[in-house]
Design a protein around this ligand. Structure first.
Ligand code: GDP
Length: 597
């Protein structure tokens, strides 16, 4: 080589690289690299993934000055490319709102009633499929609601780097106050930089306490306007409809202050919020347009797939020719299913759309190799309570609705706070390589599939990496499995069952290892093999194991209530048994602990 210098070697990685791959790229043996990692305090196996920084440190430590590590673009980076500053022609757009809060606090009722109040009823036949976004109108202004029954949907959107939601309505029941999922919702909203408005719900209920609810929210950093803070808190009853207009006005007020705008004279862009296959229609995809105007006949690409918009309907199923910013629409025409959270863009012709899809697919494959998704780590931390065991799951379902139901039902498994369910990730579609990588990065993560497929290569990959995939078609079976798995985390417990008691009437032999005594059974029965607790007054003074039982000086299988007999016990230390002491006999077994006991 020129001047004796070695040529520079460039290793490009997306988010992370396995020990095996890095060793190969560096021309080292895996053992040598593992050894080097170990020296640096990292205990790694061959399939373990190292993040960019760790890989860089290792290269430095190894003194490989000719090796340069570079980041490959990730899919989300690509997705965010082309995000433009608003032009001066930008126009006002409806706010995009998500309703969140603790289970049973009234999110669904609230959304239903808002829509009933403010939208024209659907024609016969109506909505049959699960719709993930709605729009309502109030005094000529529109508001777009995203249906995010589970927070995971929201997290997934956030994960894709899109600050899609402008405003989060946090629903909290006035008769129940702030609960864990309320706090979670607050964190999500803050994490996504969304504006918060609180709907204090169920004010029609006896026991509703608006002031106490406000105090609870204030404790978690949401200070009501009336108390000098900046959060609007609107008392409502989703049931009677009281306060709903005020809530809508509050949302529109926030929208005004935020001056929400979008460009319309640009190629259409937005996000995929739901997708599924339908017989006869092919891919049916719900999109939220965030910029430009999407029209029937246009070419689009989202994630790794592309297509030509064949049909477009609004959330009520009414056909429409075009859709502007903040409008949710359902379209057909994508050649395959784009994923939830994918960003879509309009292209001038089929060729460019296809090319964009190919590039994105490649970037996604690279990103799939990354096991270190920081937003997920964050989520994980947020969800984990101290001192509790954590059950990590990844949930994949055929449609967003099923993913949400599975996640919501999993959350309802009552573990009395002993096991925390941590939803690492969720998604629509088959179990993928990425899911397995994600699960492998973390011990104890189970991938649950619901009505999806697990391709053979994925099962093999999972088996290789020691990842558990459980696929179900019946939700109760899935939940039973999850319950069992959570129970296993609880470990074993020792159960003692009392079988009988005896009053000591004679003590015949007391040594360090042995006790021989006689007495009358005061309850239950006694047999060889059971444990005996020696009780004096209220104090337990020792424990022994019953070796043999005698009745009328002959070995017996058992003594029952009121019978008089003798027994020999083995002890570990000397117990000064005296006449009048009570012996409590019990069995002892270890068994798997059950949830909720
Ligand atoms: P979600 O789990 O947050 O979606 O809660 P739901 O909307 O399913 O509501 C849970 C329960 O509370 C249902 O039985 C509702 O009928 C009831 N509910 C919701 N809002 C109100 C309200 O404002 N007043 C009363 N009395 N009940 C309500």
């Amino acid at each position: 080589m020129e001047n004796g210098q070695e040529a520079e070697k460039v290793i490009r990685i997306a988010g992370s690289i396995t020990v095996d791959e890095l060793a190969q790229a560096l021309g080292l043996s895996v053992t040598a690299l593992i050894g080097e990692l170990f020296k640096n305090g990292i205990v790694a196996t061959i399939n373990q993934r190292l993040d960019f920084e760790t890989a860089q440190i290792m290269i430095d430590e190894l003194g490989m000055k000719n090796v340069r590590l570079e980041r490959k673009n990730t899919a989300s980076q690509i997705a965010n490319e082309g995000r433009r500053e608003l032009s001066k022609d930008a126009v006002e757009r409806p706010p995009v709102v998500a309703v969140m809060g603790h289970v049973d606090h009234g999110k669904t009722t609230l959304l239903d009633n808002l829509l009933k109040k403010k939208t024209v009823a659907t024609e016969a036949g109506g909505i049959t499929q699960h719709i993930s976004a709605y729009q309502l109108e109030h005094e000529g202004r529109k508001i777009t609601f995203l249906d995010t029954p589970g927070h995971e949907a929201f997290a997934a959107i956030r994960q894709h780097g899109a600050m899609l939601t402008d405003i989060v309505v946090i629903v909290v029941a006035a008769d129940d106050g702030v609960k864990p999922q309320t706090i979670e919702a607050i964190k999500f909203a803050q994490g996504a930089n969304a504006k918060i408005i609180v709907a204090i719900n169920k004010i029609d209920r006896e026991g509703a306490d608006i002031e106490r609810t406000k105090a609870g929210l204030a404790e978690h950093g949401l200070m009501p306007e009336e108390w000098g803070g900046d959060i609007m808190m609107i008392p409502v009853s989703a049931k009677t409809g009281e306060g709903l207009d005020k809530l809508i006005e509050g949302i529109l007020l926030i929208a005004d202050v935020e001056e929400l705008k979008a460009d319309v004279k640009i190629p259409a862009e937005g996000l995929v919020i739901e997708s599924h296959m339908e017989t006869g229609k092919g891919s049916v995809v719900n999109l939220l347009v965030t910029g430009g105007e999407l029209k029937v006949g246009e070419f689009v690409a989202a994630g790794g797939v592309y297509g030509k918009i064949r049909t477009m309907t609004d959330f009520r199923g009414k056909p429409r020719g075009k859709a502007g910013p903040s409008t949710p629409v359902t379209v057909t025409g994508f050649k395959e299913l784009p994923s939830f959270g994918d960003r879509f863009l309009e292209y001038s012709d089929e060729k460019s759309a296809r090319r964009a899809a190919v590039i994105a697919a490649q970037a996604q494959a690279n990103e799939a190799a990354s096991a270190n998704v920081t937003s997920m780590d964050l989520l994980r931390m947020m969800n984990v309570e101290d001192n509790s065991k954590v059950f990590n799951v990844i949930v994949k379902g055929d449609v967003l609705g099923s993913v949400t139901s599975v996640v919501d039902s999993l959350k309802l498994i009552d573990t009395k706070g002993e096991v925390t369910l941590n939803v690492v990730a969720t998604g629509v579609g088959d179990v993928t390589e990425n899911d397995v990588y994600m699960a492998a990065g973390d011990n104890n993560t189970v991938i649950y599939g619901f009505n999806v497929n697990v391709p053979t290569n994925i099962s093999k990959l999972a088996a290789r990496d020691g990842v558990t995939i459980r696929n179900y078609r019946v939700i109760y079976e899935l939940l039973d499995d999850a319950r069992d798995s959570m129970e296993k985390l609880l470990g074993e417990e020792v159960v003692e069952t009392e079988v009988g008691t005896m009053k000591v009437m004679g003590v015949f032999r007391v040594t360090k290892q042995e006790l021989i005594a006689g007495g009358e059974m005061t309850s239950g029965k006694l047999m060889p093999g059971v444990y005996a607790r020696v009780v004096r007054g209220k104090e337990v003074i020792g424990e022994a194991v019953v070796e043999s039982v005698q009745k009328e000086k002959i070995d017996a299988k058992e003594l029952i209530e009121k019978e008089i007999g003798g027994l020999a016990m083995k002890t570990e230390k000397k117990i000064d048994l005296v006449v009048g002491d009570k012996l409590e006999f019990f069995t002892r077994e270890t068994r798997q602990r059950k949830l909720g006991e």
